[in-house]
Design a protein around this ligand. Structure first.
Ligand code: GLY
Length: 587
């Protein structure tokens, strides 16, 4: 208990310093102590926005401002989440969507918490081996084209959250997205680059796939022309959603057009699949780390479970006493990641289909057993890190995250996705369809787009939700008060990077600007590689990790964390990841 008290007070000191500096200087909030390499592209910290009443941090500035304006007009955090998410479907079509899915995690000032799972589902006609060629090899049909799409969940999920917790009229929350689609907006560099890449990729497809992607070309090519980028078909679809709620999407002309486009382009989604789709309310997972409580997403996300296991393993080490870039600390974190991802890949899946040993996986006794195999000096090869419960019981690259705090102590953390950038590249009625089917283990034991090697628990079955790594998270301080709202895109790296954003705050006292800028590492069991961000670790640290037996490789910058930290005086600080083009908008 004494140890916990010390940790807590040292954490508070970590927060206090930036607060005092802020009060004294009235400068834009930046964080103090930085130990990142001097050449680190993002310096010591990202720019920080401070606000007294409300904050939205999203990956695209128009969307952040839409959410902020909803808060300023008296809406609550859930209202702002609905409006921000729909605005992202217009201004950040790489990942913002109505043709994909996501998770919304909410925590209210009175202590209640709730989570909506609006993950996509396999269509009823899906089969286990639908992406295998005649010789058994995995094809790329789970990634591009109509067959890659799962039944979308976003409109149902946002509606469910709004029905239960929203305070403003639904149509008022859809209106800003309609306005952006109808009258257009100036596309940023990220969108233009994304569109250029997509058009190049589609141009390289065979004639049949090019035909399936024709609407995507006609919708997005105008984004490369000077002037505002308008999406009139999407505006029309959003108007139906504004007027009729989910019926405007899952029923009637939009649903019929979607099913028709599937029939002509070789996809499986039918009007019955759309009618049957339902968002699911889930009990948020609660895990604990150094006297703090973290609310996370349960399956069909793997995020909350993997972070719980990692936290339980790492609690036994005095990580806060080690510097952020201490190779010994990185080694222990990586060893915990390796073991937790091994279990993820073997055991986790859609709870409606898979009998998961969750109670055991989340227990401290199990974490103790798992951590007992960690050697502080040597990396354990992944081949020796089998899933810890024996044979399986039965199991950004474009996603986007936004964080919201409404100043009354309510917070919403949302991660939403089409899977890879621009999803399946197939559009219908002005919106893109996801390629989320690739998140299944299309060939159990073989890697998917993220290199994840997953098992039978995540094999394709009709009506099943594919296992996700999306990890919207909300951290409460030892008194149960809101402290941090965080999340990121990044495929399999989502879990490890969200975890690092949390421990960087709790163990190393990083403020919001620093925790979004901090260099990142990742390990997912297979491949047996320790990835770090190029330029993020010094040559000495890399050599030390190699001496411990890690296969250390640099990758280009990964993920796009959007975070909010509540300061001890109750004011809000937010920062968008400097790797992306996001904005923290407060008032
Ligand atoms: N599509 C990425 C994920 O859900 O993990």
């Amino acid at each position: 208990m004494k140890r916990a008290a010390e940790l807590s007070s040292s954490r508070r000191r970590g927060w206090l310093i930036p607060c005092l500096l802020l009060a004294a200087c009235q400068l834009p909030a930046t964080d103090v102590v930085s130990r990142f390499p001097p050449w680190w592209e993002y310096g010591g910290a990202a720019p920080v926005t401070s606000a007294a009443h409300g904050m939205v941090v999203a990956a695209e500035p128009h969307a952040s401002r839409v959410g902020r304006d909803v808060l300023a007009a008296g809406g609550n955090a859930v209202d702002a989440a609905v409006a921000t998410s729909l605005a992202l479907a217009v201004t950040y079509p790489q990942a913002g969507n109505i043709g994909g899915g996501g998770f919304l995690l909410a925590r209210f000032a009175d202590g209640r918490a709730a989570a909506v799972d609006y993950r996509e589902q396999a269509p009823a006609a899906a089969t286990r081996d639908m992406y295998l060629a005649a010789d058994g090899a995995l094809t790329d049909r789970s990634l591009y084209g109509a067959l890659a799409a799962g039944v979308p969940g976003t409109v149902a999920g946002l509606w469910a959250a709004h029905q239960r917790f929203g305070s403003q009229p639904w149509e008022d929350l859809v209106a800003p997205a309609i306005e952006l689609a109808e009258h257009g907006f100036e596309p940023g560099r990220e969108l233009r680059q994304g569109v250029r890449k997509v058009l190049e990729r589609i141009a390289g497809f065979d004639a049949e796939r090019r035909r399936a992607c024709a609407q995507t070309v006609s919708t997005f090519a105008p984004a490369l022309q000077p002037g505002p980028f308008r999406q009139p078909e999407l505006a029309a679809t959003l108007r139906r959603i504004a007027a009729s709620g989910p019926a405007g999407f899952y029923d009637g002309p939009v649903a019929e057009a979607l099913a028709r486009s599937m029939r002509t382009a070789g996809g499986l989604i039918t009007t019955e699949d759309l009618e049957r789709y339902a968002a699911e309310w889930r009990e948020p997972l609660r895990w604990h780390y150094r006297d703090h409580t973290v609310l996370g997403m349960p399956p069909s996300s793997s995020g909350g479970a993997v972070m719980t296991l990692m936290a339980n393993m790492l609690q036994r080490y005095a990580l806060p006493d080690m510097a952020w870039d201490d190779p010994g600390r990185i080694h222990l974190s990586i060893e915990a990641m390796k073991r937790a991802y091994a279990d993820r890949n073997a055991y986790l899946g859609d709870p409606a289909f898979v009998d998961m040993p969750l109670e055991r996986l989340l227990s401290t006794a199990y974490a103790d057993e798992r951590a007992a195999g960690i050697d502080r000096r040597r990396a354990t090869p992944s081949t020796e890190v089998a899933p810890g419960l024996g044979p399986a019981f039965g199991r950004g690259e474009q996603t986007t995250h936004f964080s919201i705090a409404d100043g009354s102590g309510n917070a919403v953390s949302v991660t939403t996705t089409l899977n890879t950038s621009f999803g399946s590249l197939v559009s219908v009625e002005g919106f893109l369809l996801n390629n989320e089917m690739d998140d299944f283990a299309a060939r159990p034991g073989f890697p998917n787009a993220y290199g994840l090697v997953q098992g039978e628990a995540n094999a394709i079955e009709p009506g099943k939700r594919m296992l996700s790594s999306m990890s919207p998270s909300i951290v409460l301080d030892p008194d149960g008060e809101l402290l941090l709202v965080t999340g990121t895109p990044g495929g399999s790296r989502i879990i490890s990077v969200v975890f690092q954003s949390i421990v960087n705050a709790l163990d190393h006292g990083m403020g919001v600007g620093q925790l979004v800028a901090a260099p990142r590492v990742h390990h997912q069991h297979l491949p047996d590689v320790l990835y770090y961000e190029a330029g993020g670790l010094t040559a000495e640290v890399v050599s030390d990790l190699r001496r411990r037996g890690h296969d250390v490789r640099a990758r280009e910058h990964f993920c796009d964390v959007q975070a909010i930290v509540v300061l001890p005086d109750g004011s809000l600080t937010g920062a968008a990841d400097p790797r992306g083009g996001g904005l923290a908008a407060g008032y």
